[in-house]
Design a protein around this ligand. Structure first.
Ligand SMILES: *Cc1c(COP(=O)(O)O)cnc(C)c1O
Length: 376
C-alpha cells in the first residue's frame, strides 16, 4: 500500500493524444470547449428565460429525439441535479405503489435503497445477482415500475433493455449508456441520464426521454394528494421543458456542451455510429485483456461486457492501484476501478468522445507498465 510509485516513464508512442479515461466526469472534447469559448460573450451570463439559452435547450430536445428516434408523443424533459436526483423525483412522481429493481452494482443498488426508504411506497421487489453479472426482470402484476440499468458503470456490466410486460412503466438508468449504446424507444417509458458520460459535458443536469404513458403517470401522480416538493416535481419539469426552460437556473456551460456533443454524434451518423465506435474500442480492450498474460476481462460472459465502461482485472502479482498511479504520473488519468468494488482492477471509459486509437495505446501502456513492475 505504502510502497512508493515506481518510476516508469512511458515512451512517446505509448502516450495517447488525450489521457482522460474516467467514467464520469469524462473526457470533454476540446472542440466543444472552444465552441463554448467562442459563443461565451453572447451566451454565458445571459438569462435562461430568453431566446439565446432557450434555443440551446430546444436544440438538445430536438437533437435527442433525432438521436434516439423517439416516436411521436415522446418528450425530452430535464432538470437540475443529475441522475441521482432523478431517482428522488421518480420516487415522488413516477412510482405509484411498488417498483421492481434489478440490483447488480453500486448505482442500481442505490436507487433500490432510496425507494426502500420511502415511507409512501411499498417495499420494492429487488432482484439481485452477483457482481459481474446482471439479473433479468420478472413480470409481476403488483409492480407499476420496472427499474432497469442499461450499463452498470460500477462493474462494467451492460444489458439489453426489454419490457417485462405491458403493465409497469420501464424506467431505464441510462446514465453511462445513453449515446453510446443502441436502444429501442419502444422498450422504455423513461430513459434518463446525466450529461458527464457519453454526452461529454459536465454533471449537474438530468435529462429524461419520456413516453406518453410516462407523461400520463407524471401528470396523474402530480394531481393526486401526494406531497411533492417543487424542485423534484416532474410535472413542473415537464411544464418548463415544454417551454425549453428548467424550473430553476441551470448551468449554461453544461447545456452548451451537451448540445455540442449531441450535434457531433448526429452529424457523424447518429446512435449507430456512436455505438459502433464504442464497440470497436471495447473489442480492442477485451481482445487485449483476453490475450494478455497480466490482464483478464472482469465480466465473464462476453455478451454482458460493457461497450462503454470496461473493467479489467490485473494479475494479483501487481497492484492495480500502483498501475493506475503510474498511468497518472504519465498523464493518463482516472483508470482506478469503482472504489467500492474492491477488486485488483482497472476501469476504462470508452465513451464516444474517446478516440479508439487512444484506447489501443492505453492497453499497450498498461501492458508495458505491468511487465516492468513484474520484472522488479
Ligand atoms: C454516474 C451514474 C449515476 C449518477 O449520476 P450523477 O450525475 O452523479 O447523479 C447513476 N447511474 C449510473 C448508471 C451512473 O453511471
Amino acid at each position: 500500500m505504502s510502497d512508493p510509485i515506481p518510476e516508469i516513464r512511458l515512451p512517446a508512442d505509448l502516450l495517447p493524444t488525450d489521457g482522460r479515461f474516467g467514467s464520469g466526469p469524462s473526457k470533454v472534447r476540446q472542440d466543444a470547449v472552444n465552441a463554448l469559448a467562442d459563443a461565451a460573450p453572447e451566451y454565458l451570463g445571459t438569462s435562461h428565460r430568453q431566446a439565446g439559452v432557450r434555443s440551446v435547450v430546444a436544440g438538445i430536445r430536438r437533437g435527442l429525439a433525432e438521436l434516439f428516434s423517439l416516436p411521436d408523443g415522446y418528450e425530452v424533459i430535464m432538470g437540475n441535479g443529475g441522475a441521482t436526483i432523478f431517482w428522488d423525483a421518480a420516487i415522488l412522481g413516477l412510482i405509484k405503489q411498488q417498483s421492481q429493481h434489478l440490483s447488480f452494482g453500486e448505482f442500481s443498488a442505490k436507487f433500490a435503497a432510496a425507494v426502500a426508504a420511502a415511507p409512501h411506497l411499498k417495499e420494492p421487489e429487488v432482484i439481485e445477482s452477483p457482481t459481474g453479472t446482471h439479473p433479468e426482470p420478472r413480470s409481476n402484476p403488483e409492480v407499476d415500475v420496472y427499474a432497469l440499468t442499461q450499463n452498470e458503470t460500477s462493474t462494467g456490466v451492460a444489458m439489453d433493455i426489454r419490457r417485462p410486460d405491458e403493465n409497469g412503466l420501464v424506467l431505464v438508468d441510462a446514465t453511462s449508456a445513453a449515446g453510446g449504446m443502441r436502444v429501442d424507444p419502444a422498450s422504455f417509458d423513461v430513459y434518463y441520464f446525466s450529461p458527464q458520460k457519453c454526452f461529454g459535458a459536465d454533471g449537474g443536469l438530468w435529462i429524461a426521454c419520456c413516453s406518453p404513458a410516462a407523461i400520463e403517470r407524471i401528470e396523474r401522480i402530480a394531481s393526486s394528494q401526494r406531497w411533492i416538493p417543487p424542485s423534484l416535481d416532474l410535472s413542473i419539469a415537464l411544464e418548463n421543458s415544454r417551454k425549453d426552460q428548467t424550473y430553476n437556473t441551470p448551468a449554461l456551460a453544461t447545456l452548451f456542451l451537451v448540445a455540442e456533443q449531441i450535434d457531433w454524434i448526429n452529424d457523424h451518423g447518429g446512435l449507430e455510429w456512436a455505438a459502433t465506435r464504442c464497440e470497436f474500442s471495447a473489442a480492442v480492450v477485451y481482445g487485449w485483456a483476453e490475450e494478455s498474460a497480466i490482464a483478464t476481462p472482469f465480466v465473464a460472459r462476453t455478451e454482458d461486457r460493457s461497450p462503454v465502461t470496461a473493467t479489467i482485472d490485473l494479475d494479483p502479482a501487481m497492484d492495480a492501484a500502483t498501475v493506475a498511479a503510474v498511468l497518472r504520473e504519465n498523464g493518463i488519468v482516472d483508470t482506478e476501478p469503482y472504489r467500492k468494488l474492491g477488486r485488483n482492477q482497472l476501469r476504462f471509459a470508452l465513451f464516444p468522445a474517446i478516440e479508439p486509437d487512444d484506447v489501443a495505446i492505453l492497453t499497450r501502456a498498461v501492458e508495458h507498465i505491468g511487465t516492468r513492475i513484474l520484472e522488479n
